[in-house]
Write a protein that binds this ligand. Sequence first.
Ligand SMILES: Nc1ncnc2c1ncn2[C@@H]1O[C@H](COP(=O)(O)OP(=O)(O)OP(=O)(O)O)[C@@H](O)[C@H]1O
Ligand SMILES: [Mg+2]
Length: 289
Amino acid sequence: MNMLTTDGVDLRVEDLVKRFGRGSREFTAVDHVSFRLGAGETVGLVGESGSGKSTTVRCLMGLERPQAGSLVYNGLNLRRMTYRAERVFRSQVQMVFQDPYSSLDPRMTIGQIVSEPLRVHTDLDAAGRRARTVEMLERVGLDSAHVKRYPRSFSGGQRQRIAIARALVVRPRVLVCDEPVSALDVSVQAQVLNLIKDMQAEFGLSVLFIAHDLAVVRYLCDRLVILEKGRVVEQGTRAQVYEHPTHPYTRSLLEAVPRADPITERQRREARRRAAAALTPHIDKEIAA
Ligand SMILES: Nc1ncnc2c1ncn2[C@@H]1O[C@H](COP(=O)(O)OP(=O)(O)OP(=O)(O)O)[C@@H](O)[C@H]1O
Ligand SMILES: [Mg+2]
């Protein structure tokens, strides 16, 4: 049976372990992490800095080699892939990184950046690639007349739109987002989150969304996986985690971190409230609740 052509998404991470260093300096960054991502679902992987979020997804994407555990995508063992299986996985599972300033090649125009995955993963000719690129750029809210410009002439939020266009141009089933808005101004964070939410609905994507802040993912995720020091301390549906958190660490993530300077803290809360309010068109019910 050829599992690769199966429709839908069933991504399973089981007992994943990643250690760095050796001997007395050995450090376990990911400690028996397990979770699943199903078709059309958005799962949030949330924890403070250093909790192992990026390392988990780097193992998933084949950028790090774990010591133990299983990574299975639609029946395909990601730890032992044939060349062909890896190509299929790479076209179906795409990633958007945290820092849009370093993740786009400064020597490529945005037309080249967005169309490159089409060259690798499809047999579209140059005209077909150009049409898909223009369509995708417009879909993420960019002016397709700018295809010949370089990343340096775009803002952080626009660059993250370019990264999203590049990830989605091959019509993947899964989008992995590693803190895609944390490097952006609060004023544009909500726009980019809304774009991801729109794309998720339009393309029926499954999304694995990493954040260190439960406020950011509240309106995005169906389920949450809470990581502390490499371990999953809690996972559940959005309602379970936000309304009845069982672990003290989850509760601490839900509360605002106390800051030394009360003015800064007030401004920060206000900025978050504005960012959440800007998401309102999509989340009327949740805000009202
Ligand atoms: N290549 C590496 N070599 C050694 N230690 C590493 C390496 N990569 C990550 N680590 C360590 O593993 C731990 C988890 O790092 P990771 O980047 O996964 O955290 P994170 O949850 O993504 O944090 P952040 O929110 O800051 O991005 C950290 O203590 C980090 O220093
Ligand atoms: Mg990280």
